[in-house]
Design a protein around this ligand. Structure first.
Ligand code: GDP
Ligand code: MG
Length: 698
């Protein structure tokens, strides 16, 4: 007790954007300061109020959706509550998103600390034509809730009164306890009985929390448990209970628990949330009625994707043209400044031809990321996942798999592969990991842009690109279907998805996202791609071919002899027989192999090869123009090449992540290599030979 006041320590918890900070400011006014939680960069805001004989200390926790500790914010929030043991938690709930927000409440209330709900955004709810019966929540479920409108500083005093009242009556407060049903409760009891032996632990943590999280394989809780206890019976009991529950519900433990909680939440919402008048203007609902409509959903989704490509290709074309001209200008002038010889070749053919070729597509990447970030921030991409869930189930996948695929398309396969972690079911996760690399990531985009630019009109560009994306999804779905039928049988697990309301995105937000993802591309150009380009250039330049000056052959021929007799040229000849049936020559083969380092390297390698083959370094022509002139290429071959690039083995970084995420099992790595290569070859073969049969690409 300081200054004669009795101290109450409380914290504010809640989903992001529920109005937590607004409430915190209302409560504390200027009596607040900002620091950091120890060891992490998460911001910690603290403040206090004096009310009657109490000094209430308040900590504003980071915004979180659950306590599952899958993000730093969640870990910080959970550790704070468990280690600091505040006297009381205020759970700020966005009343207009009642069901989603209540999930966190169910978790908070398991921690053995009284929880008061600040039922915020009551005004928004009213505008939706609804209200929540707070008395009923208290009477039926023991939930204490106070209505607030934090943005208008309404309900603040009532919250303070409720805090004090609850604090004073602490002994009689009976917190709500999640009802998992009798079957699960029995299993929980068995585990609880064992944990009871660890008296120190039980004194520190609520036993129900320990038991249910042990069942859910929570590492954090496992760490807290006495090791000898774990080794003895606990591990056995846990796996036994898990099996019993999984068998009974034929689903993963997490899915069963989530299902129980959401069933309870739905029932609470059904009785407590009342519609008093028809919603006057719920724009989100109105949009969803069209966007999520059974018949319209897929066409709308296709339209959105098409719009993204149309936007990207149409608007980026002139900018990409400028970049190409700049690169040509650079090449021509470098050739003038640097005397003829190895150095000139290194700079002009290697660096400018290779890395410059990749950089040329930087604007296209930015346009694409801009368009995608726009749809992400409006809230549409979350709907896309929802829509595709229904569709994907037919192929044994579910919406979360599509989320991974969208993430891969939005930038890079690596975060897409990592997102698959949220898929509980092992088989579903494996299949998702297996098919995510088929997506056209940002790194594959320049390959597509290059060939489409070289062989097709700008008008067809967006259409071809769109078809390629459709193809990537089709191949992913078919692969999933085959895998599911052949080796990974089972039904995709049920999952729950929350749809955020639509929002007008802020340009700042979109620009930041675009830049963040675009920067990855730039950084790669300066590292992996640069390095690969040097290797490729050296491999094509050495050993020097034996060409007698007197032999009187044209420079053009001598350049091509050099490429042919180089190390990489020989490698190209070696693999040519394998790729001949799908229409590629050694040059394409080299590019494909080099592309395993990073997919952009396909472009930089072709850039170097064609630049070396160019007789006059001062002859300014872009790689696209050089490809066009090469008789070894035509439209059919270009399309086949793109299809091959779409399917074959992902880059080394993605492969490494795949390996890790599949539990570092060699067998899956071998399988991925085999599967992608064989499928790529077969599909390319069919397209190329089929195309020739129909007289295409003559
Ligand atoms: P936090 O992310 O939980 O800290 O949320 P903030 O306090 O930053 O609030 C997010 C947004 O919601 C801000 O624009 C607030 O002005 C607004 N807001 C907060 N409470 C209410 C409320 O009760 N009603 C309405 N209409 N808006 C609110
Ligand atoms: Mg905040």
């Amino acid at each position: 007790m300081k200054h004669g006041y009795k101290e109450i320590n409380i914290c504010l918890a809640g989903n992001p954007n529920c109005g937590k900070s607004s409430l915190f400011n209302n409560l504390t006014g200027l009596r607040q300061h900002v620091g950091n939680y120890p060891g992490v960069t998460v911001e910690k805001k603290e403040g206090s109020i004096i009310s009657g004989k109490y000094k209430i200390n308040i900590v504003d926790l980071p915004g979180i959706y659950s306590l599952s500790a899958s993000s730093e914010d969640e870990i910080v929030a959970r550790n704070f509550i468990i280690d600091e043991k505040p006297d009381l938690i205020i759970d700020v709930v966005d009343a207009s998103n009642f069901e989603r927000n209540l999930y966190l409440y169910t978790q908070l209330s398991e921690l053995g600390i009284p929880v008061i709900i600040a039922m915020n955004m009551i005004d928004v709810l009213k505008n939706k034509g609804q209200e929540i019966d707070l008395d009923l929540l208290k009477k039926n479920y023991g939930i204490i809730a106070v209505a607030t409108v934090a943005s208008k500083n309404k309900g603040t005093q009532e919250i303070i009164s409720a805090v004090i009242e609850t604090y004073e009556k602490k002994s009689v407060i009976k917190n709500f306890k999640t009802d998992y049903g009798q079957f699960i409760s029995e299993e929980l009891h068995k585990i609880e009985n064992i944990i009871c032996e660890d008296i120190l632990l039980v004194r520190k943590y609520p036993i129900r929390y320990l038991a249910s999280n042990l069942l859910k394989d929570d590492k954090f809780v496992f760490e807290k448990i006495n090791k000898s206890l774990v080794e003895r019976e606990l591990t056995k009991q846990i796996s036994e209970s898990k099996k019993i529950i999984s068998d009974k519900y034929s689903d993963s433990i997490d899915a069963v628990f989530a299902d129980k909680i959401y069933t309870w939440i739905h029932s609470v919402s059904a009785v407590a949330v009342k519609t008093i008048s028809k919603s006057k203007y719920d724009i989100s609902d109105a949009i969803d009625r069209i966007v999520l409509n059974k018949i319209l959903a897929l066409p709308v989704f296709a339209l959105v994707m098409y719009a993204i490509f149309k936007f990207t290709f149409t608007l980026s074309e002139p900018v990409v043209g400028c970049f190409e001209t700049a690169m040509e200008f650079l090449a021509v002038n470098a050739a003038k400044v640097i005397p003829e010889g190895l150095m000139q070749s290194f700079v002009v053919d290697g660096i400018i031809g290779g890395v410059g070729g990749v950089l040329g597509f930087f604007p296209l990447i930015l346009f694409m990321f801009f368009a995608i970030a726009f749809f992400e921030d409006t809230g549409y991409m979350a709907r896309a996942v929802f829509i595709m869930d229904r569709f994907m189930r037919k192929f044994g996948l579910h919406g979360k798999s599509f989320a991974s695929m969208i993430i891969a398309t939005n930038g890079c396969a690596v975060p897409g592969l990592m997102a698959a972690r949220t898929i509980e079911n092992k088989k579903d996760r494996l299949i998702t990991l297996m098919v995510t690399p088929f997506m056209i990531c940002g790194a594959k985009l320049p390959i597509f842009a290059l060939f489409i630019g070289a062989f097709f009109s700008a008008k067809d560009g967006a259409n071809i690109m769109f078809l390629m994306y459709v193809l990537s999804v089709v191949i992913a779905l078919l692969s999933a279907w085959i895998l599911k039928k052949a080796i990974l049988r089972g039904q995709p697990a049920y999952f729950i998805m929350e749809l955020p309301p639509y929002r007008m995105p802020s340009f700042k937000g979109i620009f930041l996202k675009m830049w963040e993802r675009g920067f990855m591309y730039l950084r790669k150009a300066g590292t992996v791609i640069l390095l690969m380009t040097v290797v490729i250039w050296a491999g094509l330049t050495f050993p020097k071919a034996n060409i007698q000056e007197s032999e009187n052959i044209s420079e053009e021929v001598s350049a091509s002899i050099q490429v042919e007799q180089s190390y990489i040229g020989k490698l190209g000849n070696l693999i040519e027989p394998v790729i001949k049936p799908i229409g590629f020559d050694g040059k394409a083969g080299i590019a494909l192999i080099a592309g395993l380092a990073a997919k952009e390297v396909v472009v930089s390698t072709l850039g170097t090869i064609y630049s070396l083959g160019e007789v006059d370094p001062e002859d300014a022509s872009s790689l696209a123009e050089r490809l066009q002139k090469d008789p070894d290429w035509n439209k059919l071959k270009a399309i086949t090449f793109l299809i091959f690039c779409l399917i074959y083995l992902p880059c080394i970084v993605a492969v490494a992540v795949f390996f890790r995420e599949t539990g570092s099992k060699i067998k899956w790595l071998v399988f991925l290599t085999f599967w992608t290569t064989v499928v790529a070859w077969l599909v390319s073969f069919t397209v190329y030979q089929g195309g020739k049969l129909f007289g295409l690409g003559g």
